[in-house]
Write a new protein. Structure first.
Length: 459
């Protein structure tokens, strides 16, 4: 082992005697090894930190709204920031559109590197993808400031509530409770009308996907509806169903007629080709016969030349016929491809419209529940309860949509939030909700009060 020496010895001039040089060399060796150990330790620590950050970032997949920072070593157009558009793509110089939805930073870096290599722009590109700004999350319901907010990794519902101004069982301001109850009842009526309209549209889309000419409207429309309003909504959706089915069937009929016409043209071209081949064969036999007769001196050379010219003309016509047959077959294949594309595009459009309608319907129904709960709460308690006071009566749900499907998650304050989540906070009417506050002097509402509450909400 090396011994520790006095630092003053190191700062002395370089010894000239032979006996002192091994000691100084020993000290220098010890200093160099210590310095190398420190440097290696720092590199190891940096590698571990980078690996940890990379592993954490790899779990995040990109989607519409994310702002990404793309760096490419040696390219003047980079680094730059791009936004993932509604198609899930980003547009990059020299490369064009690159699909980013559903990819992690590592996977997108590899995709960009592959694009550079496929286009032979950079043989060994070094690409780095970082998140410049995450897509926002949304929060609504019993919070002070509902809306969209920037997402940060590691957020929980408690953090989201803090960003939105905290939990508020009711935000009334200076509004009189009676006036706010009237406003909420009006808002709930409008939401009920919108809910029924979306249900009718969903029924129409389902009928259209089955190619049915009519659909069955949902029964029991809201009491807020008049008879003419229900009829108008159903008639409007029926008119859309008739128009869309008629347009789709006309397009399909036109494409099918094009395919039939192309098939007939292909058959005619094939038949013409066969006839031309037979004629060319006969002409070849006549040419060979004329050549044989010329060798025996029975015909002149002019007759043979005329026969050769006729044979050449027949061969040219046969080649033209073959080219026409190939063209007609390609036209038939193109028409069949257009028919498949039309059907696929129509089905994808129906699926997208159905999903959007279901999402809108879910949002409206959530707003209806929120308004009903708020009516109950205002009438009974006012704005005197906190999130801790109403444990068991506060419902937190997260609407999350990924690449495969959408899902509703029943959450709590410690549930992790992801970018793009829609958080809904509401007060539900259960036994804990109606329980009296122990610290309050006000008695619990009786049966009569509860009956009055139900009457107000149901009106």
């Amino acid at each position: 082992m090396y011994r520790c020496f006095d630092l003053q010895f190191v700062s002395m001039p370089f010894p000239r005697t032979t006996s002192q040089r091994p000691k100084l060399r020993c000290k220098l060796d010890l200093a160099v090894r210590s310095l190398l150990s420190i440097v290696c330790g720092l590199f190891a620590m940096a590698f571990v930190l980078l690996a940890a950050n990379a592993s954490r970032a790899d779990g995040y997949t990109f989607d519409t709204g994310d702002v990404l920072r793309i760096s490419v070593v040696g390219e003047a157009a980079y680094p730059l920031q791009v936004v993932v558009d509604d198609r899930g793509s980003i547009s990059l110089p020299l490369l064009g559109d690159i699909q980013a939805r559903g990819l992690t930073s590592v996977a997108l870096s590899q995709a960009i590197q592959g694009a550079f290599q496929r286009q032979k722009l950079i043989l060994e590109p070094f690409v780095q993808v970082e998140v410049g700004q995450y897509r926002p999350f949304f929060i609504s319901g019993t919070v002070a400031r509902a809306g969209s907010y920037p997402f940060q990794p590691g957020m929980t519902v408690r953090h989201a509530l803090a960003v939105a101004g905290g939990f508020r069982a009711m935000v009334t301001g200076n509004t009189e409770p009676a006036l706010q109850i009237a406003d909420l009842r009006s808002a709930r009526s409008n939401l009920a009308i919108e809910e029924y309209r979306l249900k009718v549209r969903l029924a129409r889309l389902q009928a259209e996907s089955r190619q049915d000419k009519t659909f069955v409207a949902p029964a029991d429309p809201p009491i807020e509806f008049g008879g003419h309003l229900v009829s108008d909504i159903i008639a409007s959706e029926q008119a859309q169903l008739d128009a869309r089915l008629a347009a789709y069937r006309d397009d399909i009929a036109y494409l099918e007629a094009s395919i039939d016409r192309a098939k007939k043209e292909a058959d005619m071209a094939a038949a013409t080709r066969q006839e031309r081949e037979k004629t060319a064969d006969l002409q070849m036999e006549e040419l060979q016969s004329a050549r044989a007769l010329r060798e025996r001196g029975l015909v002149t050379n002019t007759n043979v030349i005329n026969a050769e010219r006729a044979h050449t003309s027949y061969r040219a016509e046969l080649a033209q016929t073959e080219f026409q047959q190939v063209q007609t077959q390609q036209g038939m294949l193109n028409a069949e491809s257009e028919l498949r594309k039309k059907r696929q595009a129509y089905e994808m459009d129906l699926i997208a419209q159905t999903q959007d309608t279901e999402v809108e319907l879910g949002k409206v129904q959530s707003q209806i529940r929120y308004v009903a709960d708020k009516l109950l709460f205002i009438f009974t308690y006012g704005d005197q309860r906190t999130l801790e006071d109403l444990q068991g009566s506060v419902k937190i749900s997260i609407f999350r949509r990924d690449q495969k499907a959408a899902q509703n998650i029943i959450a709590n304050e410690n549930t992790e939030v992801k970018a793009g989540d829609v958080i809904e906070v509401s007060v539900v009417a259960n036994k804990g909700f109606y329980a009296p506050d122990i610290s309050a002097t006000r008695p619990a509402p009786g049966a009569g009060a509860q009956a009055t509450q139900s009457t107000i909400v149901g009106q």
